[in-house]
Design a protein around this ligand. Structure first.
Ligand SMILES: Cc1cc2nc3c(=O)[nH]c(=O)nc-3n(C[C@H](O)[C@H](O)[C@H](O)COP(=O)(O)OP(=O)(O)OC[C@H]3O[C@@H](n4cnc5c(N)ncnc54)[C@H](O)[C@@H]3O)c2cc1C
Length: 468
């Protein structure tokens, strides 16, 4: 270990790893500090990759249940949770090993295992050593947020980390929260045979998403047997007499209880800034988020920050791995190119929910666009009668396009459907190149494909605009 580096990165998740990767050249000296015994960060170890691995088992289980319609029959469906967890562990280990090997192979990068914290604006402390650097990167991610609900500790609960490692499936579970993590786990458990109740405060799940998309998904999940309690607040937890966990809830002024074998909290995460001594380093963290400007600089001009740990008006707070990766890449460039700084743009931040049907969104909802003063026009088409979706036996969902009536520019695309989280990429590319609905209708689309459906709302918008 040296005592001085050109750049010290604290936290080797997606943001930190990609900052180091972009900065890496043989003649550089960069330290990458990681506190976790396992290497890889949230996405690989306890986030995107394990959840999607397990969701695939749930998706195939559902396909098997529904395959009679396709003229196929199988024996009785047997669900082996231990094997599902085992497959998840095997893949996560492979991804993590690959990430560690890649990091170890980066020229000019030294990996230091330990907890990093600031001792002053120019020094960090790790494993009993004080290290200095020309630049620092704060990429410590987020931690699970636990609300202060009476009875929570006494009754006991699990979070998303625990849910990935359960020794057996609970017979019933109450999941608190209505965001992507809560909803993906709700479908995972329900399809694997657990009775799921989702309890959430807003009037529908995925409250920040397009309402039609969110409400349609809510109906599909209900049709699979998931109970969704909206506009509901948890008052307290109690131990029920039969050994179950009791959630006492208020809804529309009425108090009632639901009993379940397990309770899962999926109410969000907070930036991980505890124990970093940001104050000693002169790094502003109002609202518990590291404030950065568009160049991802903190209030200490030596320190950049990216990923789940950052927030503020310039860049927002996203908790998405592609945002963490992109911010890391920008930081890796900016720290060594102070006269040619790159900006992080919030213009194009797509998002997915990996349920089945899955959600893929990019850009603004009609409401957001109207709020920003656009002359908004929107059109949607469902997969219900779409040829390819019907051949697949998977015709749930819709595609909605939000456009600017004045010039046809696409302002947002909202997809719920078979492979919705893949289909959205055409819209992402279109919006990246500032395409209009007139461009979309000109672009050839293969037949029969799910992607063809994008043409329909685009054509509808073209005719609506030409008529007006
Ligand atoms: C269940 C779940 C599913 C998800 N699914 C998706 C998805 O499908 N798609 C998506 O885009 N996003 C998903 N996310 C979010 C995504 O995983 C995160 O946004 C992303 O991984 C954040 O990357 P990061 O680099 O900011 O933080 P992290 O990957 O958390 O990295 C931070 C690293 O810093 C280390 N660290 C912390 N403090 C210190 C310290 N003081 N010293 C040294 N090291 C330290 C930590 O050990 C960690 O390795 C999911 C999250 C969860 C919880």
């Amino acid at each position: 270990m040296k005592s001085h580096y050109e750049m010290i990165v604290i936290g080797a998740g997606s943001a930190g790893y990609h900052a180091a990767r972009v900065a890496s050249t043989p003649n550089r000296s960069v330290a990458l500090i990681e506190a976790d015994e396992e290497f890889g960060g949230l996405c690989i170890l306890r986030g995107c990759m394990p959840t999607k691995t397990m969701l695939r088992s749930a998706e195939v289980a559902q396909l098997i249940r529904e395959c009679g319609d396709l003229g196929l029959s199988t024996g009785k469906l047997e669900i082996n949770w231990r094997k599902i967890v085992h497959r998840k562990r095997r893949l996560v280990n492979e991804f993590a090993d690959y990430r560690l090997e890649s990091a170890e192979g980066l020229p000019g990068i030294e990996i230091i295992r330990g907890w990093g914290s600031f001792v002053s604006p120019t020094e960090v402390y790790v494993n009993g050593n004080k290290l200095t650097a020309d630049h620092f990167v704060l990429s410590t991610g987020s931690r699970i947020w636990n609300p202060d609900i009476p009875g929570l500790t006494e009754v006991g609960y699990i979070n998303s980390d625990d849910a990935l490692e359960l020794s057996e499936l609970p017979r019933s579970i109450a999941i608190y929260g209505g965001g992507p993590v809560a909803i993906e786990f709700a479908q995972l458990f329900q399809r694997l045979g657990t009775k799921v109740t989702v309890v959430q405060r807003s009037s529908h799940i995925l409250s920040s998403f397009d309402h039609t998309v969110a409400q349609s998904l809510e109906r599909y999940l209900q049709s699979e047997g998931i109970t969704i309690l909206t506009e509901s607040t948890i008052v307290r937890l109690e131990n029920a007499p039969d050994g179950k966990k009791r959630s006492v809830i208020t809804r529309a002024g009425r108090e009632f209880a639901i009993d379940s074998d397990e309770i899962m909290l999926a109410l969000g995460r907070k930036p991980a800034i505890d124990g970093l001594n940001c104050g000693k380093a002169g790094i502003d963290c109002p609202d518990g988020q590291v404030q950065v400007d568009q160049y991802l600089r903190t209030s200490n001009n030596r320190v950049f920050a990216g990923g789940d740990v950052v927030g503020g008006r310039s860049v927002g707070h996203h908790q998405l791995v592609h945002v963490a990766t992109q911010q890391g890449e920008i930081i890796g460039h900016n720290a060594f190119h102070l006269s040619d700084l790159k900006k992080f743009s919030t213009d194009l931040i797509p998002q997915a929910v990996f349920t089945d049907p899955s959600v893929g969104i990019v850009g603004m909802t009609a409401r957001e666009a109207s709020f920003k003063g656009y002359n908004v026009i929107e059109a949607s088409e469902t997969f219900e009668d779409q040829g390819k979706a019907l051949t697949m036996g998977q015709n749930k969902g819709l595609i909605k396009i939000v456009a600017d009536r004045d010039n046809g520019h696409i302002l947002g695309v909202h997809i719920l459907g078979p492979n919705g989280s893949e289909l959205i990429h055409e819209a992402i590319v279109a919006m990246y190149f500032n395409a209009t609905i007139y461009d979309i209708v000109q672009i050839p689309h293969l037949h029969p494909t799910l992607s063809e459906l994008l043409l329909e709302p685009a054509e509808h918008l073209v005719s609506l605009i030409s008529e007006s």
